[in-house]
Design a protein around this ligand. Sequence first.
Ligand code: AMP
Ligand code: ZN
Length: 112
Amino acid sequence: MSTCLFCRIAQGEIPSKKAYEDEEVLVFHDINPAAPVHLLMIPKEHVDNLLAVEPRHTALLGKMLALAPRLAREQGATDGFRIVINNGPDGGQEVYHLHMHVLGGPRPWKRL
Ligand code: AMP
Ligand code: ZN
């Protein structure tokens, strides 16, 4: 069994409120939202963060970025959104499984 929180969510061992799923990607609602819409988009494959990304991940990362506007809109962020990716200790990363925060909804909301 994986000890990584987001691997366990991806494997369904820990429940999440899913917004999107395919073979490679899972999107779920952040448990402690910083904005009216706060999604977390993860690759199902474990990658620590952008510092650990390899050339073979390029297409997957592009796919994730391209998915974000659609999901943000579907979840109610109709007037724009922000993508945040925290990397490493100085990047404020808490969960070491690559994730894109997709933040939107009426402002003002907490800065991340
Ligand atoms: P980061 O600081 O970029 O590593 O962000 C980790 C995010 O994961 C935080 O926004 C947390 O609120 C969120 N989080 C932690 N545990 C869970 C969980 N079980 N389900 C959903 N989101 C979570
Ligand atoms: Zn993981």
